[in-house]
Design a protein around this ligand. Structure first.
Ligand SMILES: [Ca+2]
Ligand SMILES: [Ca+2]
Ligand SMILES: [Ca+2]
Length: 183
């Protein structure tokens, strides 16, 4: 998209077709105003690039695996994006974070003091600020050394899965599956 800073609005995609967008050298901002019906690949390329995703007014279910954010009918795949946000809007919305088999991962969930909001950091894969997400659900791979770290508003609360104290967090509901390991 050239060397300047770009702002791109994406109002959905047609089903069955993969779309790829590249940002170029500038600081680029991509607004995904309607969830795609196919695979939408966004590559920010060089510099500091941002993706903002807006959900629907009804119940949304997002399945995140590495840099891939699966939606009801499609997926948004992020490359070279320094910051991203997801506003799930109204409805009972859920983010499920699914580990990648064969990759040792750290899943960081960081509360920000506002209910149903926080930040998800998958090191070297994805940084996502979310709002209006009523449920978060983390599933590691029992065959890997995956680890979940949950940060409340006062810092790291506990990184041992069996002892999690959910009430201290600002998330609506958070599930961690025993398949995840805390090695
Ligand atoms: Ca760029
Ligand atoms: Ca929603
Ligand atoms: Ca894994």
């Amino acid at each position: 998209m050239g060397s300047g800073d770009s702002v791109v609005d994406i109002a959905g995609t047609a089903s069955g077709t993969t779309f790829a967008l590249s940002g170029g050298l500038g600081d680029d901002t991509f607004h995904v105003a309607a969830l795609p019906s196919s695979s939408l690949i966004i590559d920010g390329e060089a510099h500091s690039d941002t993706v903002n995703i807006v959900g629907t007014g009804i119940d949304d279910h997002f399945e995140i695996q590495g840099p891939r954010i699966g939606t009801e009918d499609g997926a948004i795949i992020l490359h070279n994006i320094e910051s991203s946000s997801l506003d799930a809007e109204a409805g009972a919305d859920e983010i499920r974070i699914q580990g990648r088999a064969g990759t040792d991962e750290v899943f960081n969930l960081i509360a920000d003091g506002t209910p149903d909001s926080g930040r998800l950091v998958l090191l070297n894969q994805l940084t996502l600020d979310f709002t209006n997400v009523e449920m978060t659900d983390v599933a590691g791979n029992s065959s890997d050394h995956d680890r979940a770290e949950i940060y409340g508003t006062k810092g790291l609360q506990n990184n041992k899965l069996p002892n999690l104290m959910m009430t201290q967090f600002a998330f609506g509901r958070c599930y961690l599956h025993a398949g995840s390991t805390d090695h």
